[in-house]
Design a protein around this ligand. Structure first.
Ligand code: SAM
Length: 280
């Protein structure tokens, strides 16, 4: 029997599991599947048989084929813009609703909470953070990361805050540093705020009734094909307040209709109720 190709594999996966990766961009998903085949020493038909018969292997597969790379204070200039231009405009609100879609292990969420704390607005934020991958959600809830690996981001933290404020709070105000066990651990006062949930942007409805002031979806759309990107951006558009912002990653952009419905500043896209035909 001829071996199935990766597209046929994804179609079968969609039929037999809760996941649909058919509209992820071909190059990246094919590379990830090839990697899984190599690591598990399987042919694609065998991989399919395993996913059909072993539900726990399906979760392992989701972990293997999603790219979960993230950082504390990733893209410093985005945080500077939020601190200077976006968050001050939300001060008068009673509640500030934020969604991190595709939050991975949570570093983006904790970076954002630090911004709100530095602006004395932590008591107003309601934060939900979601990801398709169960394993990263578990790790996000723990808020524990390797110290040695993260030393570089502590540097970014220092650069960011020394540029934004006089006498900023030190990193240790937010994270306990345990060099002996090579760990940094988010302190309880920020860890208790976000509600981390497993949620698949592609196949599930958005499970939140509220509208959002800020939606982060950085470095997620890049893995989707243009049609799927458009479908997901439409969901974000509907879920944002007018004047609310959508934040994308540096290699992502809005296309088609939605290009005209947001005003762009760097990676921050502000929802507008008028059309913007001139778009930088
Ligand atoms: C590269 S990480 C980005 C993390 C963080 N937003 C950042 O920019 O640092 C992409 C995340 O998107 C998640 N993801 C991929 N497909 C998804 C889907 N259909 N629904 C929700 N999350 C998804 C992956 O599991 C991964 O954790």
């Amino acid at each position: 029997m001829a071996e199935i190709n990766f597209k046929e594999f994804l179609e079968e996966l969609k039929k037999h599991t809760p996941y649909n990766f058919c509209d992820y961009s071909d190059n990246s998903i094919q590379r990830r599947i090839d990697k899984v085949l190599k690591e598990h020493n399987l042919q694609i038909d065998e991989l399919l048989a395993k996913t059909k018969s072993e539900p726990e292997f399906v979760e392992q597969l989701v972990d293997d084929i999603t790219v979960n790379t993230t950082e504390l204070f990733r893209n410093k200039e985005t945080w500077e813009y939020l601190y200077n231009k976006v968050i001050p405009g939300l001060k008068s609100k009673t509640n500030i609703n934020i969604w991190h879609a595709g939050c991975s292990t949570g570093q983006e969420v904790y970076s954002n909470l630090i911004l709100f704390n530095e602006l004395d607005l932590l008591d107003k934020v309601k934060v939900v953070a979601s990801d398709i991958n169960k394993k990263v959600i578990r790790s996000a809830k723990l808020g524990e990361y390797d110290y040695k690996f993260n030393a570089q981001y502590i540097e970014v933290f220092n650069e960011l805050w020394n540029g934004l404020k006089t006498n900023p709070k030190p990193f240790e105000h937010y994270f306990n540093i345990d060099e002996d066990h090579d760990k940094i651990i988010a302190k309880d006062f920020i860890k208790k705020i976000p509600k981390f949930i497993k949620h698949d942007l592609v196949v599930e409805d958005i499970p939140f009734y509220q509208k959002f002031d800020i939606i982060f979806c950085r470095n997620v759309l890049i893995y989707f094909n243009p049609e799927l990107q458009l479908k997901i951006v439409r969901k974000f558009f509907d879920k944002l307040h007018d004047g609310g912002v959508l934040i994308l990653g540096t290699h992502e952009a809005l296309h088609g209709f939605f290009k005209t419905r947001f005003v762009k500043h760097g990676m921050v896209y502000t929802k507008s109720n008028t059309f913007h035909l001139k778009y930088k």
